[in-house]
Design a protein around this ligand. Structure first.
Ligand SMILES: [Zn+2]
Ligand SMILES: [Zn+2]
Length: 250
């Protein structure tokens, strides 16, 4: 049984009718799905999906792209949301200096606020880090909090070793099915520190490249890990699901 640790089922085109995606995921052996959020509205949506579907768990939070729009009340709202039994993490949160949709000082402030909340309440965080390794690390270090998943990992091996040493986990998307550099990076990492994700609707794996991604396709990411580590698919499923279970406490 697989766990897709990052599926945006609270966004279009999924949110309108999630059922077929859930059905196909279950058929493919994807028994648990974590739905991360990008703002307060999608956080509400993630919770309503978690209420409706046994196999869905919600993460609530403000994405760096959306940090400019965060209300003064956002931390209080998130804190209330954490009381829901199926909210298992704060995410996705972090820094994105590649797109730079929000001013960097605002991104940092919103990232810090959410880390403090996670630390205070004892929740793991899902990190979105793009072209911001140094500041992401510095902020986590300053908060002394590495109970974190570096999702859609795109940094180098040295940075991976640095965050793994602090106790963080890493996950890869369908990119691992087609990018040689990513395959080579994965080979250097300990399998028990890795999780799998789709980041759907984006990042579709081979053989679905160019199409809309969905949770069922996370199996392709697991297959890629299997090839890289020369381990059976069942074993990859067992190890990555166990890691997700411990990290998200689901
Ligand atoms: Zn992300
Ligand atoms: Zn995402």
């Amino acid at each position: 049984m697989f766990t897709d640790t990052h599926a945006h089922l609270n966004l279009d085109p999924f949110y309108e009718d999630v059922q077929p995606y859930i059905d196909r995921a279950l058929d493919a052996g994807v028994s648990k799905i974590i739905v991360p959020s990008i703002d307060l509205i999608t956080s509400e949506r993630a919770i309503s999906l978690a209420d409706k579907y046994d196999n869905i768990f919600a993460a609530v939070g403000i994405h760096p792209h959306d940090s400019t729009d965060a209300s003064d009340e956002y931390l209080h709202v998130l804190e209330e949301m954490l009381k829901h039994p199926k909210v298992c993490a704060i995410g996705e949160i972090g820094l994105d200096y590649f797109r730079d949709y929000a001013p960097e000082d605002i991104q940092k402030r919103i990232f810090r606020g959410q880390i403090e909340l996670a630390k205070d309440k004892g929740y793991p965080i899902i990190i979105h880090n793009r072209a911001a390794d140094a500041d992401t690390y510095a902020i986590l270090e300053e908060a002394d909090y590495f109970n974190a998943q570096f999702h859609c990992y795109g940094s180098d091996e040295a940075f991976a070793q640095k965050v793994l040493k602090k106790g963080a986990l890493i996950s890869f998307t369908g990119v691992v099915t087609f990018a040689k550099k990513v395959k080579e990076l994965v080979k250097t990492l300990p399998l028990e520190k890795l999780m799998i994700e789709t980041d759907c609707p984006w990042m579709a794996p081979i053989p679905h490249r160019g199409k809309q991604n969905e949770p069922a396709y996370v199996v392709e990411v697991a297959k890629a890990y299997g090839d890289i580590f020369n381990v059976s698919l069942d074993e990859i499923a067992r190890i990555t699901t166990n890691t997700a279970k411990m990290f998200f406490k689901i």
